[in-house]
Write a protein that binds this ligand. Structure first.
Ligand SMILES: Cc1cc2nc3c(=O)[nH]c(=O)nc-3n(C[C@H](O)[C@H](O)[C@H](O)COP(=O)(O)O)c2cc1C
Length: 339
């Protein structure tokens, strides 16, 4: 099956089937402050990421490109990202490297001239694509950096999956050394461990997006496409909250994603060391429900909720929010005790 058809199916399945897991964010409690020394109207949610200022610690995670529908989705999401000053990432650019005519379905700089825009390519593709081709794909869309997705669990569940990950560390290291823009490693929903984080740091990645268990489940998405995996492994991986704990002391900027659904999840992720957060499927659903208007409403709701949590814990800015106390319970607590 062509990549284009596969990407079309991904969107359809993600919108129609039950592919979202319950997150573990209930395991984190932000501690209430009954006497906050804060004026709600002065709360500042700005952060800097990869040299760009964002109004919220938020990026629309990598999803799509390659078709007319994908072009429309990318344009609307990127337009809102620009207006709200949050980040935006395109989906895997392999299709545009293989077929130049598809580049325009990934290009969003016309609607998002200034905000953080990131490209995307998969680790399995490093076998067949040269650094030069990847560099050109990033330049062509004017991106500020590149997400490399690491997805062995998705590939093994996928009908036509690429399950030879041999040499991937060597290839990633080579790519980082040959490209002159930031590279961020990301999972797609199964999380990243401390050991993998250490390898990624040695490879020279600028940041890591944990993309853990608790949001869109890509093993399940692939089984809906006819792939298979033993039932016992349908939810294999590291929950987002636990993956953040795994990487907290690594000394690399972290993105929290995989099941982030609201401003409270963002406030919890910040406490566990995330610099910014990523959200994918809810943005696609908002687009599907009501286009630009719904996407704007969703960002506004997240902003209002994040600011409200900040008020209730007594934090005037994101740094203060990070340093306010939190309580861990359940699996996330147990996991943290055993790292
Ligand atoms: C429709 C769709 C397409 C996606 N395509 C890509 C992709 O091309 N590259 C990638 O790195 N991640 C891709 N992802 C994964 C997301 O970037 C994200 O890591 C994952 O869905 C977890 O976030 P969520 O729970 O907020 O959806 C896709 C997600 C969705 C929903």
């Amino acid at each position: 099956m062509s990549i284009i058809n596969r990407k079309k199916q991904h969107i359809k399945i993600c919108l129609k089937e039950k592919v979202e897991e319950k997150s573990y964010f209930d395991d984190i409690v932000r501690v209430y402050n009954a006497l906050p020394d804060v004026d709600f109207d002065e709360i500042n949610t700005k952060v800097e990421f990869l040299g760009k200022e964002l109004n919220l610690p938020l990026i629309i995670s990598s999803m799509t490109g390659g078709t007319e529908e994908a072009k429309e989705i990318n344009k609307i999401l990127a337009k809102v990202a620009e207006n709200k000053k949050i980040g935006f990432a395109v989906g895997s650019q392999r299709a545009m490297i293989e077929n130049k005519e598809l580049s325009e379905t990934f290009f969003v700089r016309d609607v998002a001239p200034s905000t953080l825009v990131l490209g995307n390519i998969g680790i399995p593709n490093l076998n067949e694509l040269s650094s030069e081709e990847i560099k050109n794909a990033i330049k062509e869309i004017g991106a500020d950096g590149l997400f490399i997705h690491l997805n062995p669990a998705q590939e093994i569940a996928q009908k036509e999956g690429d399950i030879n990950f041999k040499n991937s560390i060597k290839l990633l290291k080579k790519l980082v050394s040959e490209l002159d823009f930031p590279i961020i490693a990301k999972e797609v929903g199964q999380g990243i461990s401390k050991e993998t984080g250490e390898v990624l740091k040695k490879c020279g990645v600028k940041a890591i997006d944990v993309a853990g268990v608790g949001g869109t489940n890509w093993i399940k998405v692939e089984t809906f496409r006819g792939g298979s995996i033993p039932d016992s492994l349908l939810n294999f991986g590291i929950p987002t909250t636990c993956s953040l704990l795994e990487l907290k002391n690594l000394g690399v900027d972290l993105i929290s994603s995989g099941g982030i659904r609201n401003g409270l999840d963002i406030a919890k992720s910040i406490a566990l060391g995330a610099k910014i957060c990523g959200i994918a499927l809810p943005f696609l659903k908002a687009y599907e429900k009501g286009g630009e208007e719904e996407v704007i409403k969703y960002v506004d709701r997240i902003e209002k909720e994040l600011k409200t949590v900040m008020f209730l814990v007594g934090a005037k800015n994101i740094e203060e929010l990070r340093n306010k106390r939190y309580i861990l319970r359940g699996l996330t607590k147990e996991w943290g005790e055993q790292i």
